[in-house]
Ligand binder design. Sequence first.
Ligand code: NAD
Length: 275
Amino acid sequence: INRETYKLGNGVEIPIIGLGVYRVEEGDQMKQVVLSAIEAGYRHIDTAAFYGNEKGVGEAIKASGLPREELFITTKVWNDDLGFEETLNAFNKSLWNLGLDYLDLYLIHWPIEGKYTESWRAFEKLYEEGKVKAIGVSNFHQQHLEEIFAMCRVKPMVNQLEYHPYLAQREMRAYCEAQDIQLEAWAPLNRGGVFKEPIIQELAGKYDKTPAQIILRWDVQNGVSTIPKSATPSRIVENIDIFDFKISDEDMKRIDALDRNQRIGKNPDNFSFDE
Ligand code: NAD
């Protein structure tokens, strides 16, 4: 079992590494993938209402037989469900799908203009009622966070952002650190797109690790929590086996140098879901 955690602003501990499950098929496949991850020592699962696989995650949680408090479960409210009542309803639906009576982390999936402050009110209510241990956002830039700060009673504890060696989020990392918001990396592996970089290959040889392990270790040493996705048991095991080595400061800088502000996903400053 991997027990490496970061402490969030409210004292809740989040396992540094979690399993991302975007595009894992709902049902038996989803259940098997989460069971493989639990067997490999993961205790943190990142899903979303949008992924349509919360039920399989829930079935695995139940089948694992683990005490609830051993697990850290995240889900997210989708864009169509933003607004106060809508978010409360979406939360109940997710909780029901997952078969849980509380959530560890609930995130606003995307900062849809004019919509997310009302959802944040709902998040605060859920948090204050103890239905979720920590609340946060995803794909929020500084101006979105400032809008939340201007109206909130409870500050976001996490911001989940696209983050990998091609998009090192230097400014957002510093900003989140200053605001005591934990940065969490989505698409940490750039969906495989950085594995062939010569420096990543060289460091994999030098540390006797795989390219995926080098990149995920870079996240950890940068204080970022990370949720690589895989549905392949051997890769699920590989991706969490990153706590027995350390990348030197010099080599960390060489990975930093790959940053080219290049996204896979939409830019939260300028995006639309209508297309
Ligand atoms: P990722 O960077 O985690 O890449 C996953 C892909 O990399 C896999 O499908 C597989 O092809 C490959 N891979 C994984 N481990 C490997 C290994 N050890 N060796 C070789 N190849 C390997 O991309 P992702 O799934 O987009 O992101 C991770 C998670 O982040 C998602 O599953 C989801 O939970 C979350 N996410 C959140 C948002 C958001 O808007 N908040 C957006 C996208 C993803």
